[in-house]
Design a protein around this ligand. Structure first.
Ligand code: NAP
Length: 309
């Protein structure tokens, strides 16, 4: 019997990735959607999660694709209704909310899958294995994209809890924390806020590993022309480049992998979610989110030119 799933927050990522991945996966049946405005053909549609849960008591699980500001209330409601929950990134509006959700899931013996989709990109497993035995010397992250192209009209990104440039930038941190064998912390940060917005349009971080290696990270939403989602790491045993958000991998300049971009990530995410639902186990890792929170805590704030959404 497939797992009957409800999808909450029908926007770009729900339509681009979640719905196609679910349609191709026999382990799931997309039974219902909850969204204030959007509708999905061929399933039951509800204006909010409360109505969906009331009308569809036999749903096994809920996948939440709203902006992060709406994650906590929705996830808590779903867990309290006895449903397994899958959460888009960034996982919530603040770190403590994620911990509370994890505790709620554990108490109820339900699965909370707090996802980092970039970790399911094609180059990640090979990169992690290669780095396991090679001491890190230093590294650089360049995560620069055109916000007008990738996030057209998304006002929530600029509001508190939307995280601005860290909405995509947290993907780089999710990759780094996944592939490095050592832990990381933020040493210093500079955040650039447009005069008329409440979230940063650009940021620079200096991260330090527990072994003392430094990684410089640049995030920018104002990129025109070629877009960058690249991580370069220098080790005592050679250099590694994870490009295209984890889909490309090169070692010492030689291409090891150049895959399909994001296309494979969501089928693999739902494969993992199905396994978690079967076992009742959760998967939660707040480290990338904590690094973003720490950048806000220690970061020097600069005001830059207004940004028109
Ligand atoms: P989006 O296009 O704005 O869609 C989100 C939808 O959630 C909205 O269309 C809206 O639909 C609903 N919603 C519920 N509460 C909302 C609120 N308080 N403010 C705004 N919308 C609300 O955003 P998205 O790009 O799909 O991103 C959603 C989440 O997925 C984010 O956490 C993002 O980081 C993550 N994500 C996005 C991408 C991407 O490529 N876009 C990739 C990976 C992950 P209704 O108005 O119908 O309720």
């Amino acid at each position: 019997m497939p797992l009957r799933i409800g999808l909450v927050g029908i926007g770009k990522i729900a339509r681009d990735q979640h719905i196609p991945a679910l349609a191709a996966d026999g382990r799931f049946e997309l039974a219902a959607c909850a969204s204030r405005h959007a509708r999905v053909d061929g399933v039951a549609n509800y204006a909010d999660l409360e109505s969906m849960l009331a009308a569809e008591p036999d749903l096994h699980c809920i996948s939440i694709c709203t902006p992060p500001q709406a994650h906590f209330d929705a996830a808590l409601l779903a867990l309290r209704a006895g449903k397994h929950v899958m959460l888009e990134k960034p996982p919530a509006a603040n770190v403590r909310q994620v911990e509370l959700l994890a505790e709620e899931a554990l108490r109820r013996k339900l699965s909370l899958f707090q996802t980092w989709h970039s970790r399911f990109a094609a180059g990640v497993d090979t990169a992690r294995e290669w780095l396991r035995t090679r001491p890190l010397v230093g590294g650089r992250i360049v995560w620069k994209e055109d916000v007008h192209f990738w996030h057209p009209g998304q006002r929530w990104i600029w509001e508190p809890g939307g995280f601005g440039v860290f909405d995509p930038g947290i993907n780089a941190l999710s990759l780094l924390t996944e592939i490095l064998p050592t832990e990381l912390c933020v040493e210093r940060a500079t955040l650039e806020f447009p005069e008329n917005q409440q979230s940063p349009i650009a940021a620079r971080l200096r991260l330090q590993t527990a072994d003392g290696a430094a990684i410089e990270a640049e995030f920018d939403f104002r990129q025109k022309g070629e877009q960058s989602w690249d991580i370069d790491l220098q080790t005592g045993g050679g250099n590694l480049r994870l490009s295209r958000g984890g889909a490309g991998l090169a070692i010492d300049g030689n291409t090891v992998m150049l895959d399909e971009g994001m296309a494979g990530e969501y089928p693999r995410l739902y494969q993992r979610f199905a396994r978690l639902c079967e076992s009742g186990a959760s998967e939660v890792d707040i480290r990338p989110f904590q690094l973003v929170a720490d950048a806000f805590l220690v970061g020097e704030r600069r005001s830059v030119a207004p940004h028109v959404i």
